[in-house]
Design a binder for this molecule. Structure first.
Ligand code: NDP
Ligand code: ZN
Length: 353
């Protein structure tokens, strides 16, 4: 089968692979809708990506089931389902607590791209299908379902980790698709003021629609100073990092008030060192909580997010700005994601309907 992948670091391209087979608990699907993610590109450029060459990219898909293992009870061949980008091994000790992204190693539940071929292929494999596929409820468009599997799950997780109370002032650094879902998640969690940091006009417009009250440009001076000015020197109750380089970390801590929370979902580079001036952290004594987390996955997580859409609380399909038709267009969509033109939020490829 063919797939679009990482031929070598910095070299994307089409590759030929064996069609995957389903183990007893697993399923094989063919993609119906896929979307490239910024993390595919990070990995292609070396990030924390696969060491194996010719690894197929892609981890955001709605797919049609073409094969199920003998022990799969809940799903049948022919069904169209949402595929969580994080598909934990549910027998591993690392998922038997509050988190599910670190099954046997840090970030180990992220299988596509990192540990096996991803969804930008004619066929792809899903481990433990009963626990790792999500049924799309009536009334939810497949395009919206596609946006739950990574963008909404990751963006909302940024908000979940940020200890947001009713009326809190929340700052969101980065308003690409992940940050936009963080804004939506912060609003659902009861934030009062939501200050966002970003510049692309389409993203700024979407941020306001999802609940942003104030917009700051990191190009207009130090973003921590700007947020501190806006809040009368006090800082935000919660700061969520969903974009920017390593330097945003220290700024996030600085713009967070004492006793506040910093929540990161950004994918930093392996070569980065994250640091801050000691006063930003109250010389180590400001009772600021710092968390960093990976997109939670699995069936129940994604089915709950699908209910958020079904009952009209959030429409993540608003993120999709560019639609491509046909399997061959995966290449163009991935290139567009890399170039990030001003009007782009998220591209989608419709492979079959
Ligand atoms: P985008 O590249 O679309 O958006 C990045 C945002 O950061 C933009 O709003 C951009 O502003 C802003 N930005 C750029 N430079 C700076 C800066 N110096 N200071 C402040 N803000 C800046 O990314 P995505 O939304 O697609 O993804 C965000 C991050 O989340 C990525 O690192 C991605 O790899 C990661 N990710 C993490 C996951 C997880 O599980 N933790 C899962 C999925 C993605 P502008 O408007 O100017 O472009
Ligand atoms: Zn991703």
């Amino acid at each position: 089968m063919r797939g679009y992948g990482i031929k070598a670091i910095n070299v994307p391209g089409w590759v030929e692979k064996e069609k995957p087979a389903a183990g007893p608990l697993d399923a094989v699907l063919r993609p119906v809708l896929i979307s490239p993610c910024t993390s595919d590109l990070h990995s292609m450029h070396g990030g924390a990506g696969p060491k194996e060459k010719d690894r197929i990219m892609g981890h955001e898909a709605v797919g049609e089931i073409v094969e199920v293992g003998a022990l799969v009870r809940e799903f049948k061949v022919g069904e169209t389902v949402a595929v969580p980008c994080t598909t934990p091994d549910w027998l591993a000790p690392g998922v038997q607590g509050r988190f599910n992204a670190h099954d046997r190693s840090p970030l180990g539940s992220f299988k596509f791209l990192s540990q096996k071929d991803g969804v930008m292929a004619e066929f792809f494999h899903v481990n433990q299908a009963d626990a790792n596929l999500a049924r799309i409820p009536e009334g939810v468009a497949p395009e919206a379902a596609l946006m739950t599997v990574d963008m909404m799950s990751t963006g909302f997780y940024g908000a979940e980790n940020a200890d947001i109370a009713y009326g809190d002032t929340v700052a969101v650094i980065g308003i690409g698709p992940v940050g936009l879902m963080t804004v939506a998640g912060a609003e659902l969690r009861g934030a009062g003021r939501i200050i966002v940091i970003g510049t692309r006009p389409n993203c700024v417009k979407a941020a306001r629609e999802y609940g942003a009250t104030d917009v700051v440009s990191y190009k207009n001076g130090d973003l921590a100073d700007q947020v501190l000015d806006l809040t009368g020197g006090r800082g935000a109750d919660s700061v969520i990092i969903a974009g920017g380089g390593a330097e945003t970390f220290g700024k996030a801590v600085r713009m967070c008030k004492a006793m506040g929370t910093i929540s990161n979902v950004n994918y930093f580079d392996a070569a980065d060192t994250l640091g801050m001036p000691a006063p930003a952290w109250g010389l180590g004594m400001a009772d600021k909580t710092i968390r960093g987390g990976f997109c939670p996955g699995g069936r129940s997580r994604i089915e709950k997010l699908l209910d958020v859409i079904k009952y009209g609380r959030c429409d993540p399909a608003r993120l999709i700005t560019h639609v491509f038709e046909g399997f061959e267009k995966i290449e163009d969509a991935t290139r567009l994601m890399e170039e990030k033109p001003a009007d782009l939020i998220k591209p989608m490829v419709r492979i079959r309907w």
